[in-house]
Structure formats: structure tokens, C-alpha cells
Design a protein around this ligand. Sequence first.
Ligand code: NDP
Length: 333
Amino acid sequence: SREIRLASRPSGWPIPENFTLAETEVPAPGEGQVLVRNLFMSVDPYMRGRMNDVKSYVPPFAIGKPLDGGAVGEVVASRASGFAAGDFVLHGLGWREYTVLGADRATKVEELPGVPLSAYLGVLGMPALTAYVGLLDIAGFQEGDAVFVSGAAGAVGGLVGQIARLRGASRVVGSAGSAEKVAYLVDELGFDAAFNYRDGRVREQLAEAAPDGIDVYFDNVGGDHLEAAIGQLKPYGRVAMCGAISVYNATEPVPGPRNLGLAVGKRLTLRGFIVGDHYDRLPDMIAEVGAWLQEGRLTFTETVVDGLENAPRAFIDMLRGANTGKMVVRLAP
Ligand code: NDP
């Protein structure tokens, strides 16, 4: 079996040398444990934060130890009641080909017709719950709201826009980093308008795409996107502060929006959240998003990279925007 370990901590952008590929023995399951062969693993933006030696809402990765994160695998041996060889499980020990887990740390998942198991890392998993909770509970989305989402062609953003559309938004606007992604948002995900943030100032492009203003901003990016959104929000507008990927590789603290003072007169709400606090909403999300998926009213895209050895590259490429939809690594055919 093989695993990816943290070799060193990045300063600024991660590089392949921050990771090493190591050979390990396939572990044997103890009492109450299952042995899992991983089929897919997730690479997510939050993992960049875990490469730093700072305490956050998740502990940092340790140098010389394997990284971890969301994965879906097949049970190959079980010494836990309720689990049998051939079961598929979702768990938190990615970045390795085989792993042993306590049964309490594995969630059984079913293979659904026409949906790959990797969906549990995206459209039926953590990113979808992030979109669902952030839009509906944190930003308090209401039918008729005009919504702007950044990082719109990514795993979370693509679902935010579609959930808003399906829940009756008056207008859904997205931003992304290429002309192809902009076309994807409008043509495939049903956004009303989208723009490429590399084409010009976000402030001006947003004003053009949402001339009547926005009620909700779902922030995946931070920086000039957040500033532009504050400028375009209507009175009593709400911001779900989900992420700030534009600053994850910054080596110095980045200044906040220069127009934050507008929040007072506009009576804005800016509210951060961490999806891990909201798993009570998972059944609601699965029911609603799952139904839209089956009815063909909501779609999802994955960018799939093959092979554990390519996981560091997939992670770095995701941070640079190589993915459309969820970036996943396939570890076994
Ligand atoms: P994505 O699938 O959206 O992948 C990351 C994307 O970020 C890239 O594809 C790239 O797209 C975009 N990006 C990179 N650099 C920049 C930049 N400087 N400016 C604008 N866009 C940039 O990842 P996820 O959907 O998994 O995550 C999206 C956001 O949600 C992240 O900020 C993440 O940290 C956050 N998150 C927060 C959670 C929470 O609990 N609060 C849970 C899960 C995710 P492009 O080509 O458009 O630049």
C-alpha cells in the first residue's frame, strides 16, 4: 500500500516537494475495525490551512505523517458488526490506498444508479452540505432573493447557484476564473449571468451582472470579491462567509474590504460558518438535492485525477483553478 506524507510545510503556494509518497504494509483490522481499500479521495481548499503549523478548527497535518481527508472506499475485511466485505464507506482517512478504521468512524454509503461513489465527496457530501447550509441557514436565503456566488464553477459554488435557482431566486450570478467556466455556469448550471474575474475589476463586472443589486453573497473567495459584493448588496443584505481562497497562500495578513463601513448604513449581516457544525442538516440536504439530481433538475461535474501519486498535483492544481466542479482523485479502478 502507499500513502502521501507531509514532507515540509509550504511557504506561500504548496509545491510537490512538500509531499512524499511512501510504501507501507497493508494494516490488519483489529476487533471492531474494518480494512478499507480507498477508491476515491478528496482534495479540498481547507487542507492548505492544515499544512501550516497553526491551530485552527482542524488540527494541522504533522510532518512525516500521512495527510488525511474525505475518502470513499470498499471494505475488504471486517471485524466490526454491521460491516461486511464489499460494503462501501465514507470516512476521513484519504491520502492512502488502504486504511484500517474503527467502525464508528465509517459511514456506509450506497451506490446509486448513474451516480459515481465519488459523489459522496461532492454533490452528496461535505461540499453540498456547505452550499446548502451556507445559502439557506447562514445567509437566510428567501425566494425572490438575488444571489451572487464566487468560486461558482467549483464544488461548493456550483451547488450554491443551482440550489438558489431551484429555490426560486430572482437572479443568480456567479464568478469564475475562465471563459469556459463562465459558459459552463450559464449554459449547464442555469445561472442568469456570470463573469470571469480575470477580465476586469470585480466591482464593475458585478454591477453589470446584477444591476439591481444583490440580497445574498456567498463568499468563497474573499479579497476584492467581498469588497465588490459589499458595494452591490441591498439594504439588509446577507453574506455567508464560507471561504477566502484568494488569500490561502498569502504569507502576510491581507487587509479587509475597504468599504466595510457600508455594512452599517446598509444593515448588512456578514456571518462565517464551518460545515462541521451543521451535520444535523445532512438528511435534509440529501433529500432535497438528491431529489433534484434524480429529476435531472440539478447537475454536477467532477474533475477526476488518477493515481495516489498524482494527489499532490491534483491538490495544487485545484488551488489554481484546474478543476470544474469537484476535484477528486481516483485511487483504484
Ligand atoms: P473549489 O472546487 O471551488 O476549488 C477551488 C477553486 O477556487 C478553484 O477551482 C478556483 O477556480 C478558485 N480560486 C482559486 N484561487 C482563486 C482566486 N484568487 N480568486 C478567485 N477564485 C479562486 O473548492 P470548494 O468548492 O471545495 O471550496 C470553495 C470554497 O469553500 C473555499 O474557499 C473553501 O475553503 C470553502 N469551504 C468552506 C467550508 C466551510 O465549512 N466554511 C467547507 C468547504 C469549503 P477559478 O478557476 O474560478 O479561479
